[in-house]
Design a protein around this ligand. Structure first.
Ligand SMILES: Cc1cc2nc3c(=O)[nH]c(=O)nc-3n(C[C@H](O)[C@H](O)[C@H](O)COP(=O)(O)O)c2cc1C
Length: 197
């Protein structure tokens, strides 16, 4: 890979790392797209929780009962991010895995705030119809910070979505000429090339 493409790849991972670490980054909330059982595209915003360059892996959190889990687990997934300040779009493609058990899930759950954990107390799967507007939370914890014992049942609903990135499509918009590069991860590391924007 030439030096200019290597710089672009560095930028991609810098922006992804910042997107995960900084909730004010526009790359903190990418769109994650999958395909449902009927072959229809499904796209939704998810918070980017971690981006690790060494493993080319992204991490998201979700409710294990949500329809997206079945769509994402073991499937090809696309993630789109846009940084207006940098005028950079990243389109990532990879393979996802949903993880609900194990030391890593336990560690991340233990580090979450009580308010974040409360979201996983909703009584029915996300998307379940309600008779009227509502949070879906048990009446007792709606509108207040739950106590630790009340959060115990929420753990079973917490899932990590791990996404192994295999391809990065970088697009930079500029008045003096747009630029686009494609990075593909193979056995020998990242291969790169320019393409027409
Ligand atoms: C700013 C923002 C951040 C969100 N972050 C997450 C998230 O991290 N995990 C998640 O499961 N849903 C998140 N959502 C909700 C999803 O976009 C979606 O509405 C919900 O998870 C249901 O998706 P599904 O029906 O495809 O399972 C977020 C929504 C917004 C607007």
């Amino acid at each position: 890979m030439d030096a200019e493409l290597a710089d672009v790849l560095d930028t991609c991972w810098r922006l992804l790392g910042r997107g995960a670490a900084d909730r004010r980054s526009p790359m903190h909330t990418p769109v994650v797209a999958s395909v449902d059982a009927d072959g229809r595209p499904q796209a939704r915003v998810m918070v980017l929780r971690a981006a690790d360059r060494a493993t080319a892996r992204l991490r998201f959190h979700t409710d294990a009962r949500s329809p997206k889990c079945a769509e994402l687990d073991g499937a090809a997934v696309a993630v789109t991010l846009y940084h207006p300040g940098e005028a950079i779009q990243l389109r990532l493609a990879g393979a996802a895995r949903v993880v609900t058990d194990g030391a890593e899930v336990d560690r991340i759950w233990a580090a979450a705030t009580d308010f974040a954990r409360r979201a996983y107390l909703v009584e029915a799967a996300p998307g379940t119809p309600l008779p009227g507007p509502g949070s879906g939370l048990p009446a007792g914890v709606d509108g207040r910070k739950p106590e630790a014992p009340e959060l115990v049942p929420a753990r079973a609903n917490f899932a990590l979505v791990m996404l192994d990135i295999g391809e990065i499509d970088w697009l930079h918009l500029a008045q003096d000429g747009h630029r686009r590069a494609l990075f593909t991860l193979g056995d020998g590391g990242w291969a790169a090339g320019w393409c027409v924007p």
